[in-house]
Design a protein around this ligand. Structure first.
Ligand code: ADP
Length: 191
């Protein structure tokens, strides 16, 4: 079984699906968003640096993301597939990921794109702001910045993976359970 990328705009359900999928499948999962939030919670040395980007809805600079990602891949037992939740988000990250996977003699098995309409995303992020209290979900401007980054920087990698015939679209507006089933349908056929 090869590695999986979960792609989708903020609020499309990547984190929720990663959490559910990992229960039934033999892989590790990594979310840089989660790692960054943990760094902030635990008052790590680069807390202020990371917080500035997350709170503005901007991407954390590549040098830090790349170092964390390589560390994670390096520490994953050989042969154990990884589910990447929200990485890559830019072309430079996609290229870096390819290089890393090559270096560790593995590759991408499939890229799952969670498709959700813009209005639904906004509504979900507002609900999540109340439930989880994430600062980056609480402010319209921050949400706009994240959506803009997705459109400008992440959508090009959707096309990139599509051209490599690695991309599979899943309707992310279905129930959580149905989305999981749709993703697993691809896993069964591909991995
Ligand atoms: P969402 O999918 O709603 O953006 P995440 O928890 O995946 O939520 O990400 C939260 C924040 O963490 C992002 O807005 C960004 O600041 C940072 N982050 C997450 N993934 C990346 C990444 N691949 N590159 C740079 N920054 C990232």
């Amino acid at each position: 079984m090869f590695n999986i990328i979960l792609l989708g705009p903020p609020g499309s359900g990547k984190g929720t699906q990663a959490e559910l999928l990992v229960k039934n499948h033999n892989f590790f999962t990594i979310s840089l968003g989660e790692i960054f939030r943990k760094h902030i919670e635990e008052n790590c040395t680069n807390k202020t640096f990371i917080q500035k980007y997350i709170d503005n809805g901007e991407l954390v600079p590549d040098n830090l993301s790349f170092a964390l990602l390589e560390q994670f891949i390096q520490n994953t037992p050989k042969g154990k597939p990884i589910l990447f939740d929200g990485f890559p988000r830019t072309m430079s990250q996609a290229i870096f990921l390819n290089e890393m996977l090559n270096k560790y003699h593995t590759k991408i098995g499939c890229v799952i794109l969670l498709d959700v309409a813009y209005e639904t995303l906004l509504q979900r992020l507002k609900e999540r702001a109340i439930i989880q209290g994430r600062a980056d979900d609480q402010d319209d401007q921050k949400i706009k910045t994240r959506m803009h980054i997705y459109a400008e920087q992440t959508l090009p990698i959707v096309r990139y993976y599509q051209e490599q015939h690695l991309l599979y679209r899943v309707d992310g507006t279905l129930s959580t359970d149905q989305v999981t089933k749709s993703i697993e349908f691809f896993f069964d056929r591909l991995l």
